[in-house]
Design a protein around this ligand. Structure first.
Ligand code: NAI
Length: 480
């Protein structure tokens, strides 16, 4: 605590650098800046206590300061142990008008390179407001904040936290351990906190999947808005964001020439499409793996070979997992990969790659090359290069998506926060999407910022295709 502000970040003296990058990012985030102008002096988030769990980057800093400009109080943690940009975290704690000695910003609990126990401790601190109250809104990416609250309530009701065993993933063991201690120290904490939460807005595919599962089981404790499936989020951030940040991560990590190499992309959803395009753009020969025939056909029509990982493993110089599913690259696969082939994951959780299996592989040796880059040497002498310990490499090895694309995603986040905070009474404990009109509004701002000029429908044309001249321009079932 300094100057009344709680925080746990790497180094507050990085704040000045962070502030300079935030200033540049603001110009590249016209969606967020337009919302600041639209709601100046209206403060629709006045009274909102937002607990946010989302990669603590420069772009997120602009999001946080937008929420504050709209009246919210905010506490923040990162949703990944490697994704924090320490200068952005410092700048947010210090705030635009503070100094490292006298910070005046927002409580942040995040630094690059947290351990798992530190990660969950930060998530817990971000959800624990100093006066003993909790948040009344959650802004989540991947669902860990939502998971902590739901598991807390579940185990408090049961009166105990289940025992862990050695076969559980480490992440799960650490979470249960935290909840066990929380139950001992402050029984009833989560049961008290949950009813105060008006809703959660969720950023990514994986978190949204968890929310729909909770809702289907009737276990969702508060309404949720699925921000990911706003068209201006998933069809832009997941795709064009990864098109930018995948090769950024590979280059910063390895500086290996991508042209001429064989790259396998597992999964051809929104993220996979952007990854495949970026690797092809560098001159790689790209092979796609898919389980879904529709996405597989898209890949084929886009000119990629569609194959199974088993069939092409030995040819691959680079393998990227982009599925949001688990067990995509097994340790048996890893053992068969080419010497010094690069393995990375860009999906939300590290369980896409069997990192635990790799660590247990008989005779395997790990040589750390630099932070977030490891060479794993097999007993036969050949090795593979694993990025960010199997966690999302674009945020671990590089700086994630650039500002402009995140402006689309985060404009949706802010709109969703305003919606759930101000009109929570109109929502059930279900998962909702934002109306298409708001999606179009976000897109319009960004088209104009890029110097594009939209064609206006005439009244006759609008009638002919059966839409309002002001939009929405497409039916709900349209897929873009
Ligand atoms: P998506 O659902 O559009 O695509 C995933 C694709 O993987 C689907 O087409 C699915 O059929 C395929 N798939 C599933 N199991 C597979 C298997 N065993 N083998 C091959 N393909 C398989 O999801 P999206 O939006 O592309 O997201 C993927 C992951 O990336 C999610 O975990 C999401 O949260 C994460 N994400 C990461 C970002 C980043 O910056 N690193 C940005 C946005 C999303």
């Amino acid at each position: 605590v300094r100057n009344g502000i709680e925080f746990a970040v790497a180094d507050l003296s990085l704040a000045e650098f962070g502030r300079k990058e935030i200033r540049l990012a603001e110009h590249e985030m016209p969606g967020l800046m337009a919302l600041r102008r639209e709601y100046a002096e209206v403060y629709p988030l006045r009274g909102a206590r937002i607990s946010g769990s989302l990669h603590m980057t420069v772009q997120t800093a602009v999001l946080i300061e937008t929420l504050v400009a709209l009246g919210a109080e905010v506490r923040w943690a990162s949703c990944n142990i490697f994704s924090t940009q320490d200068h952005a975290a410092a700048a947010i704690v210090v705030g635009p008008h503070g100094t490292p000695e006298e910070p005046k910003g927002v409580p942040v609990f995040a630094w690059k390179g947290e351990t798992l126990p530190e990660y969950w401790a930060c998530t817990n601190l971000m959800l624990t407001w100093p006066d003993g109250s909790g948040p009344n809104m959650i802004l989540d990416d991947g669902g860990d904040a939502t998971l902590l609250v739901h598991k807390g309530v579940e185990y408090e009701k049961a009166g105990a936290v289940p025992a862990t065993d050695d076969n559980d993933p480490e992440e799960w063991q650490v979470l249960l351990d935290l909840l066990r201690r929380s139950l001992e120290a402050d029984a009833g904490k989560w049961t008290k906190l949950a009813p105060g939460i008006r809703g959660v807005t969720e950023e990514t595919t994986t978190g949204v999947l968890r929310l729909y599962q909770l809702a289907a089981q009737g276990e969702l404790l508060f309404p949720a808005i699925n921000v990911n499936d706003s068209v201006t989020k998933s069809k832009f951030d997941n795709r064009y964001g990864c098109r930018h940040s995948l090769i950024d991560g590979i280059n910063r990590a390895t500086d290996v020439l991508i042209g001429g190499k064989v790259a396998v992309v597992c999964g051809y959803g929104d993220v996979g499409k952007g990854c495949a395009e970026s690797l092809r753009g560098q001159g790689a020969r790209v092979i796609v793996t898919e389980i879904d025939p529709i996405c597989a056909l898209q890949a084929a029509m886009d000119g990629y070979q569609v194959a199974t990982l088993d069939d092409v493993l030995e040819q691959a110089d680079i393998i990227i997992s982009a599925t949001g599913n688990k067990d995509i690259v097994t340790v048996e696969h890893m053992a068969r990969m080419k010497h010094q082939a690069i393995l990375g994951n860009i999906g939300h959780f590290d369980n896409e790659l069997d990192m635990a299996g790799l660590a247990r592989y008989p005779g395997v040796r790990r040589i750390n090359i630099k932070p977030q880059v490891d060479e794993w040497v097999f007993p036969d002498g050949h090795s593979i290069i694993v990025l960010s310990e199997g966690r999302l490499l674009n945020l671990g090895n590089a700086t994630g998506h650039p500002s402009f694309v995140m402006s689309n995603s985060f404009a949706n986040q802010v709109i969703a926060q305003i919606e759930l905070f101000t009109r929570h009474g109109e929502y059930d404990k279900e998962v909702y999407r934002l109306p298409k009109k708001l999606d179009e509004k976000v897109a319009r701002i960004h088209v104009e910022a890029l110097g594009g000029k939209l064609t206006k429908l005439t009244k006759e044309q609008a009638e002919y295709i059966g839409v309002d001249p002001e939009g929405p321009f497409k039916p709900e079932h349209y897929r873009y």
